[in-house]
Design a protein around this ligand. Sequence first.
Ligand SMILES: *Cc1c(COP(=O)(O)O)cnc(C)c1O
Length: 379
Amino acid sequence: MGFSTDCIHAGQEPEPHTGAVTIPIYQTSTYVQPELGRHKGYEYARTQNPTRAALEANIAAIERGKHGHCFASGMSAIDVVFRLLKSGDHVVAGENMYGGSYRLFNRVLEKFGLQFTYVDTSSVDAVRNAIRDNTKVVYLETPTNPMMTITDLAACAEVAHAHGALVVVDNTFCSPFLQRPIELGADIVLHSTTKFLNGHSDSVGGVVVSNSDEIAEQIGFLQNAVGAILSPFDSWLVLRGIKTLAVRMKRHEENGIAMASFLANQPKVKKLYYPGLPDHPQHALAKRQMNGFGSMISFDLGSKENAKKFLDRVRLCSLAESLGGVETLISHPESMTHGSVPLEMRTRLGITPGLVRISVGIEDIEDLIADLENAFDGV
Ligand SMILES: *Cc1c(COP(=O)(O)O)cnc(C)c1O
């Protein structure tokens, strides 16, 4: 089936008792067993829940994978993936990734003996050179947050697989509408469903998708053993959100391109980062690898003072962490999402005090531009 059809129908058989077209919220902790040793496939709700199962099947289908497992947050999804490893294993990860992922690696997982090397994954050679005998995972995000650097997923997968390492891609920034890493060779794709998949800024969740029965079995084991599952209500919200993923993403894309063109002509913008612009250094790769460029844009206003004046004047755009909602969210990576990244690393990556990131929503673009024009007047 096509992508939009799968968004609406995959994993969602009508409810068997009444024929209800939407999957009910199975708000139960356990299930009656008709006799000892016999049950209907449901024993206890940490292990199985029909609402969550519907969402897991749905996301697996739209990522073009076979299996999905949902978690209480994007971070818990990432955490579970690393529980596939053991003390002494090594990971090559992007140096510019979601700040919370860096914090998990650096301040939690290292304590358990996992080793991390951070490289600029836009260079396939840098990835290759960082691989060691004990490298088990190559961990990628593309475009990166907030610098919008693109990594060649197919080329990195080839390098990783030649060394027997798994390729794990955090696809949160794109959603499967814009990019499907499994088709490019990734072994595991994960998301914070909090962002584009749910799309309405009213739920926190995560998902792990893979194509391999063996990996899925281990993730399923960990989901039950560790227990950070997505609740039935949140599962239902994300299912509801995904029904409109394709139409939302088309509009995000349209607004993203219009916003980037507006910013490109704004003299107070010192630097602009958006892979949809022909002068982005990796525009050609983005065009080849993605089905569009999305609505995440970063721009540099030159100083913290300018960024503050600008951010204090926006009215329609909300100054907030997070991204991927229907409403436009604007943020200051240095002090908000990337506060936990060391200063030296932030500076090297370009996460300067003047950097602003915008997640362009699906409002009328004229209203968004008018809001930003007004904010620029104060800079
Ligand atoms: C938000 C985000 C996460 C973390 O997800 P939560 O749902 O907030 O736990 C991980 N990766 C990326 C790219 C994100 O944007």
